[in-house]
Each structure stands twice: as C-alpha cells, then as structure tokens.
Design a protein around this ligand. Structure first.
Ligand code: FES
Ligand SMILES: [Fe+2]
Length: 435
C-alpha cells in the first residue's frame, strides 16, 4: 500500500494528501525519517567528553552524546523499561541518564548501568535486559552530524553530493573556515505539515507578497537595496538563481541580487551602530572584513529532509503530526570570535525569525486550512516546468529564482524515498547490571 504514496507526486503537481493524510505522515516516519540521513547536531555543540544535545529523527527523540572516549553516538531517548524519555534537557553535560520513572540508569554510551531492586529480574527476561537503543549509522561532514536507521543508505558524503560544496562555501566564509553552532534554539510551532516549509524555502516569489510589511519597514528606514529587498525588484533581472542539487537538496543564491557589499545592504537592526563602533575600535582596519561577514550569507541551502541553512542560521524542521511542525533556529558564529562579531551576528540574526518567519507560519496555516478541502485534490507546482531557462550546469539543474524547480526537486526525492523498501533498524547497547 505504502508504495502508492509515491503517486501523490506528479510532474508539476502534488496531491493534497501529501500534506494532510495521517497515513502518509506515519509512512514518512519509516521511509523518510527512518530511511535517509537526518541532521542531528553540529559537533561544536558537544565539544567535550560527556556533552550532549537532544534532537529528533522525525518523531523519534534522540540524544547525541560524546562519550568519555570522545566518540559521538546517537541514542534513542527511550527508557529500556517502560518507554519514558530519559533525558529532558535540550543540551548539557552528563555521564549518565537516570530515568525519572523508576530510576533505571544508563551510561552516555547507552549501556544499562543500574536497575533498582535487581533481584526482581530472575526470569529469562532478566537475561535480555539491555541498554538504550543506538542509531546504527552516524557520520559527519565538516562538523555537521547526521544519523540514519537505514543500514543500506549511501555514505553521507554521497548523499550530500553537490550540497557539500555549497556547505563548504557557507563555512569558509568565516575566518579560518571554522564554524560554531550555539546549542540554544529559538523555537516556533505552526499548525501545518512539515513539507510546507520545504515549499517555501526556495520560493523566490513570495517575499514581495507574504513579507511586504517587512520590506516596507526596511525600505522606510534605509536606501534600497537592502538584504531581502532584492526580492521586491524585477526578480528576473537580479541574476538570483536556484539549483536542484539532487537528493532533494536545494540551493538558492541571493548574492547576485545584492550590489556589492553585504554590510552596506544590511537593513536596520537595533544596536547595529554601537557594535560597529566597538568593532572598529577593537580591530581598526581589520573591522571592514569582519563587518562584511556579520550580515546574512545571502544563500539558502536546504538539505533534505530537515536542515535549512539561511542567513547565518540553521533552521531545523521537526514534524510533530501531519498538521503540526516545530522549527528551531540555531545561530552560527565563527569558532574564534574576534571582538564583538558574535553579538553583532546575533542581533542581525534575530530579525528574521521575529519579523519574517511569522508571515510564513501564518501562510502555512492558511495552506493547511485550504488543503483540507477534499474535492480539490491537486496542488500546483508547475512554474518553470519545461522552460529552457531550466539549464544544466555541470550536471546540476539551475533555474531562475521565480521557478518552482526546488519544490519539484524535494517532492521528487520524497517520492523516491516513499517507493523504497526500507527497514529502519536499531542496535542495542548492552546491560552491565550485576544482580
Ligand atoms: S520507564 Fe524508565 S525506569 Fe521505568
Ligand atoms: Fe518567507
């Protein structure tokens, strides 16, 4: 039955059940969130032995731990006794996780260390006591950690493909090519399907409409063009483009739309002048180069299914239900932060989730509402289909920023995954309980 879900995606249109059917959502847990590489953390969030952060593989809560042996592991956050999560903190440092329900205690490698009243386990069941379930495959690319339950998945490097080089560009923009992700998130929820975010991530047409009030506010305070206001001009003349990188990954390059300096295109943000003055005092002539990397990277790199890189942030997509999604924004800063660059990047990064994202979230909820109409089955995604402006550049499809090439790209990868026969698997950490 599940193989039929792939037929919800057609060429240039998609069936409403793609967004609304709880059976599709359930199947995605196996085929997408259990079947392909999912971003779980950045290594800089867990720099030292015993550090951890929590994350999700779709609906599966996980703990990303760095053991005393420095090895990264991804543990399923589910007690081996009755199923409670054993870690409720978003991040921290811990050698052990003690379940709050009956006190079973696990090492940060997943091993079961202690069970209260152990003499109660005398039966054959007792011999099969085990630790936490462990995600069998964990791989990193330049500090970005991904995990999958699919033992047959291609290597992470092959999965990323051309997206790896775009990720290099994002990282190498920083001094020494060293990026740090702060382990704190700005989280928001919306009442809509997680893939509505994917429709939006490469959508170059919507800013002039959905974000009109924001563009007006920015224009009222400064000369055009500011960052994002390039979307309010004649889009087909800006040179901005998007690329279908394969495996559902999408790249949108806003840089050709900015004339020259990123710093000069920075829209007004509270405190900007104060930080600029401080940086110029701290660094003298060196300040100009750093001010240039304080504003948005002006790229959107979306790595299917849950890692969206935009501005100077990571935006993580987490599905909660067919019509419920969490977005978490994480700030990226240079690893060795010169002067006041980090707080300046933080101030600049704040305005997007606060002033721009709420427009998108409102639109997603309206889409979910409209897509609930059973008689109106198909949703258009055909803009640019068959156009000769969709061109092949070194094996990558490149298209104007107004096209829905990126929408079709991720939907095609989704359909491919939904048609695959995958068996997500876990490994088990052993028990070291003496009874
Ligand atoms: S559910 Fe964890 S100890 Fe009982
Ligand atoms: Fe938007």
């Amino acid at each position: 039955v599940s193989a039929n879900f792939a037929t919800l995606v057609a060429d240039g249109e998609v069936h409403r059940r793609f967004y609304t059917d709880p059976a599709v959502f359930d199947a995605e847990q196996t085929k997408v969130w259990g079947g392909t590489w999912v971003y779980v953390a950045h290594e800089s969030e867990v720099p030292d032995p015993d550090d951890f952060v929590t994350a999700h593989l779709g609906s599966r809560p996980v703990i990303v731990t760095r053991g005393a042996d420095r090895e990264l592991r991804v543990l399923l956050n589910r007690c081996a006794h009755r199923g409670s999560t054993v870690c409720v903190e978003a991040s921290g440092t811990a050698k052990r996780f003690a379940c709050p329900y009956h006190g079973w205690t696990f090492a940060n490698s997943g091993e079961l260390l202690a069970v209260p009243y152990p003499s109660g386990y005398q039966t054959s069941r007792a011999r099969s006591l085990h630790g936490l379930a462990v995600v069998p495959r964990v791989e990193s690319y330049r500090g970005f950690v991904f995990a999958t339950l699919n033992e047959d998945a291609v290597s992470l490097r092959d999965y990323l493909g051309a997206a790896a080089e775009r990720l290099d560009d994002f990282i190498d923009r920083l001094p020494g090519g060293k990026l740090r992700v702060l382990p704190y998130a700005h989280r928001m929820k919306y009442a809509g399907n997680w893939k509505l975010m994917w429709d939006n991530t490469s959508d170059g047409v919507h800013p002039a409409f959905a974000h009109r009030s924001f563009l007006h506010a920015a224009a009222a305070r400064t000369e055009d063009p500011t960052m994002l206001s390039q979307f309010a001009r004649d889009l087909d003349r800006t040179g901005m483009y998007m690329e279908d990188l394969g495996h559902g990954h999408i790249f949108l390059d806003q840089r050709p739309g900015l004339a020259g300096s990123h710093w000069e295109a920075q829209r007004p943000v509270p405190g900007l002048e104060t930080y600029e003055r401080a940086l110029r005092e701290q660094l003298g002539d060196g300040a100009d180069a750093l001010l240039e990397i304080a504003p948005s990277s002006a790229i959107n790199l979306s790595i299917f299914p849950n890692l969206l890189i935009l501005q100077n942030q990571l935006q993580i997509v987490q599905p909660l239900a067919v019509d419920r999604t969490t977005l978490s924004f994480y700030l990226c800063v240079p690893e060795d932060v010169p002067g006041d660059l980090a707080p300046l990047r933080a101030r600049i990064a704040e305005d997007f989730p606060n002033l721009v994202s709420p427009d998108d979230l409102e639109i997603f909820e309206r889409c979910q509402d409209g897509l609930g109409i059973p008689e109106l089955e198909w949703v258009d995604a055909s803009r640019g289909l068959g156009s000769d402006l969709e061109v092949d550049v070194d094996g990558i499809t490149r298209a104007p920023v107004t096209y829905e090439t990126g929408v079709r790209a991720y939907q095609r990868e989704w359909a491919r995954l939904m048609a695959e026969d995958v068996q997500p698997r876990v490994a088990w950490a052993p028990a070291r309980v003496s009874s």
